[in-house]
Design a binder for this molecule. Structure first.
Ligand code: NAP
Length: 478
């Protein structure tokens, strides 16, 4: 961990072992923080938040831009580390580090132009007053992040909070915190003070819970499961801290009868197999028009048979492994449950080599099955649900408690726009999978997929509070 600028062990010397999920080889240990370690970091951040709030924006922008440069200079080392500790294929790991650097630079650039307002003299009787607003930092922002995009998701939270003058405490997922520790160390070398950016490793139930309940922490930004989000929102409410939640999804991928099938298959495969299916906005339910059902399955089988499985560190590998054996067992049991509920297994269905999972097609999935509604599967599973009309497709898509993103494949702009407007979700991709994120996009979900939006176009405002200054009776009309 890095607390107050210094490498730190847990006060009771507890550790978490980090394994390479592809090989089960031991990589390293990290501290398992105790409550007193967390309090130490929160206390350090009290001084940090004052230093950083008083650091001018141009200086914060300059330092954050240097962080982005340093990450790019160390791209290969960080990508190899990420691939090893999570089984993400190396091409995707390089992409994640590259986009993380771009994200940090993007927030820094936007912060230089994050203006307040000057209000108009629109109210009768007080037209001689001048009112203007300034964005002030919240104070201490805790960033709690999941295992699946461990670097990019921290980059969004940390850069938005730091660019606007907050002190940050990062709590990474316990499965794969190593690359993030390297990244935080690199950022500190670029000039961010040690009490302004800290990283604490340890269990979510201890570290995350203390961060959520402590009154000296002013905001929590979580990306993670809906269950953890609900518990953090409940805890955070007791001190009325801001809680931003980017949570789970069960995103539909809708293929209309007029869709270009080759493009639909390519989008389905990319949308489901990226990151081995462990993405919040992966396409997770495949709604296919009944007239093209047989063709869709035939072509999907062909495409899946060509995917290159292998070591995540091999440049040729297109599909890696899941984060750990428990994750693979969970996917296997979710498939089993869906078969028991009446679905037909077309291919796959099993874990192999502990953490690898066969790409799986489940046919004859109907709306009464859990997988068609609220069961999020974090693995390479394609449940196929047929529909007759566009209205049916919308009804099925909206039947989930989640509403993160969606994809619609069709040649008709009118039909696509009608469906997009009817879907209850944060973004709709037309002629592509909903497995999509632009760094500027206000990314986030409807319903139980969370609240708040994350992206350069909006998060700077979320990480600040707007203060109004009033100069009374100063406006002399010419
Ligand atoms: P998770 O189990 O919810 O964990 C997320 C983070 O919360 C981890 O750092 C975890 O720490 C911590 N945590 C666990 N229990 C906690 C508690 N009681 N209080 C405070 N913090 C706690 O999620 P995951 O399995 O890593 O990630 C997968 C989930 O994240 C999926 O549902 C996925 O859809 C969602 N996700 C959403 C987005 C989005 O942008 N909407 C993006 C990516 C992922 P430990 O690791 O120590 O348990």
């Amino acid at each position: 961990m890095i607390i107050d600028g210094k490498r730190a062990d847990a006060s009771d010397r507890g550790v978490i072992r980090i394994l390479n999920p592809a090989t089960q080889e031991f990589i390293d240990i990290v501290p398992k923080a105790t409550a007193s370690d967390v309090y130490q970091a929160i206390d350090a951040a009290q001084a940090g938040k004052r230093i950083w709030a008083n650091t001018p924006t141009h200086e914060r922008v300059r330092i954050l831009s240097r962080c982005a440069d340093a990450i790019e200079e160390h791209l290969e080392d960080l990508a190899q580390s990420l691939s090893r500790e999570m089984g993400k294929i190396i091409q995707e790991a390089r992409g994640e580090i590259r986009v993380s650097a771009q994200t940090i630079r993007g927030y820094a650039e936007a912060a230089a132009h994050h203006y307040g307002k000057t209000l108009t003299d629109s109210q009768k009787g007080i037209e001689k007053d001048i009112l203007f607003t300034r964005h002030e930092p919240l104070g201490v922002v805790a960033c709690i992040t999941p295992f699946n995009y461990p670097v990019l998701l921290v980059a969004h939270k940390m850069a938005a909070a730091l660019a606007t003058g907050n002190a940050v405490i990062v709590k990474p997922a316990s499965d794969n915190p190593l690359t993030l520790i390297k990244l935080v160390a690199l950022c500190l070398e670029q000039g961010i003070p040690g009490n302004v950016l800290q990283i604490i490793t340890g269990s979510g139930e201890v570290v995350g819970k203390i961060l959520a309940e402590n009154p000296k922490v002013n905001a929590i930004s979580l990306t993670g499961s809906t269950e953890v989000g609900i518990s953090l929102a409940e805890t955070g409410a007791k001190t009325l801290k801001r809680v931003f939640l980017e949570l789970g999804g069960n995103d539909p991928f809708i293929v209309l009868d007029d869709a270009d099938i080759s493009k639909a298959i390519a989008a389905a495969v990319e949308g489901r197999l990226e990151n081995a299916g462990q993405t919040c906005c992966s396409s997770k339910r495949f709604l296919v028009h009944e007239s093209i059902h047989d063709l869709f399955i035939k072509k999907l089988l062909e495409a899946l048979s060509k995917i290159k499985h292998g070591s995540p560190q091999d440049d040729e590998t297109e599909y890696g492994c899941l984060i750990n054996g428990n994750a693979a067992q969970k996917v296997e049991s979710q498939i089993q449950k869906t078969i028991e509920q009446g679905a037909k297994l077309i291919c796959g269905g099993h874990a192999y080599n502990i953490t690898y999972f066969e790409p799986t097609i489940l046919d004859d999935v109907t709306l009464d099955m859990d997988i068609a509604k609220d069961m999020e599967v974090f693995g390479p599973v394609f449940p196929i649900i047929t529909f007759k009309t566009d209205e049916d497709a919308v009804k099925i898509a909206n039947a989930s408690r989640y509403g993160l993103q969606a994809g619609v494949m069709t040649k008709s702009v009118d039909r696509a726009m009608h469906i997009a407007a009817s879907l209850q979700c944060g973004a709709v991709v037309i002629n592509g999978s909903g497995n999509y994120r632009h760094i500027e996009q206000p990314f986030g979900g409807y319903k139980m997929s969370g609240f708040g939006r994350e992206g350069i176009s909006g998060t700077l405002a979320e990480m600040t509070q707007e203060k109004t200054y009033v100069l009374k009776d100063v406006l002399i009309q010419p």
